[in-house]
Design a protein around this ligand. Structure first.
Ligand code: CO
Length: 304
């Protein structure tokens, strides 16, 4: 017969085993909602497709906006995004083809080239321009993502993380090819660092017939935007087509497959859980802070 002490030890060991098993079994995310990107124009008249930040999906905390620009018609993009301000959040540019020339009012400038990214923390304010640079076949294909900052961090100093294509690790997960811009997949870690919401940003290419699973931080808000082809996402294999964004339920694993091949951007980050007040290029917590941002911009205080 077991003593009480042995019984307790046995129970504790069994409980420990149960915890270990729970840790090993992953909770699969499934598709909660699918939102179609809405065509529109922004900047000085750039044609784009907005998925996040549209009327159907105004916010996926902490993600504020996702725009795709894709055209081989100069009239769709050549007006660009001339000088404009930002305050209170981060803008992320990711170039799939062509490039974006970037310049700000304090002399920072550069080209975000094919396969590269720029993670720009606007913080207390920047004034900049972003001008599309087409390929030899006049094509421009890029994304702009807006990521919020917590209220206590909205007025930090601006910061740029400029990432050339070579800085972004590319790894194979089963048959899928994954570019890790931010976050970690296995031992591959994206070059973006020190961002409050601990983002994951992956560019995933899924060949026809491929099936794979990615680990994602369980409590993070997550979505996948299909850039090309079609991808079946989550345990239920919901079909998501190019130009559609799938919001994912909580869970620590994303399964995906594709019958005909596809490519998607996978985003995940910790929700901030604070009020969001937005007006054009400013994202703050209150209307009064927005009024202050407008006044500061008009007084030239964002450009220094
Ligand atoms: Co901008």
């Amino acid at each position: 017969m077991l003593s009480r002490r042995q019984l307790l030890t046995g129970t504790a060991a069994a409980a420990g085993l149960a915890v270990a098993c729970q840790r090993r079994s992953r909770t699969g995310r499934v598709v909660a909602t699918i939102v179609a990107a809405v065509p529109g124009r922004d900047g000085a008249g750039v044609a784009l497709r907005r998925s996040l930040g549209s009327r159907a999906l105004p916010l996926l905390d902490p993600f504020l906006m996702l725009d795709e620009i894709h055209s081989a018609e100069p009239a769709d993009y050549e007006a660009g995004f001339p000088t404009h301000p930002h305050r209170g959040f981060e803008t992320v540019s990711y170039v799939l083809r062509g490039g974006f020339a970037h310049a700000d009012s304090v002399g920072n400038h550069g080209l975000i080239a094919d396969g590269g990214a720029q993670w720009m923390t606007a913080g207390r304010g920047i004034v900049h321009s972003e001008m599309p640079q087409p390929t030899a076949t006049r094509e421009v294909w890029g994304l702009q993502l807006w990521v919020n900052l917590p209220a206590a961090r909205k007025m930090i100093a601006p910061r740029y993380q400029d990432l050339g294509a070579a800085a972004i690790p590319t790894i194979d997960v089963a048959d899928a090819r994954v570019r890790v811009v931010a976050g970690a997949v296995g031992r591959a870690r994206g070059p973006v660092d020190g961002i409050d919401v601990a983002p994951t940003m992956l560019d995933v290419t899924v060949p026809a017939g491929a099936t794979f699973a990615l680990a994602l931080p369980g409590g993070h808000a997550a979505c996948a935007y299909v850039l090309d082809g079609a991808v079946a996402l989550g345990a239920t294999g919901a079909a998501v087509n190019a130009g559609q964004l799938a919001v994912l339920t909580p869970g620590d694993e994303l399964r995906a497959t594709s019958a005909t091949g596809g490519r998607c951007l996978v985003l995940a980050a910790a929700p901030i859980g604070e009020p969001v007040a937005r007006r054009g290029p400013f994202v703050m917590t209150t209307e009064a802070e927005l009024d202050q941002a407008v006044a500061d911009y008009r007084a030239g205080r964002l450009a220094a």
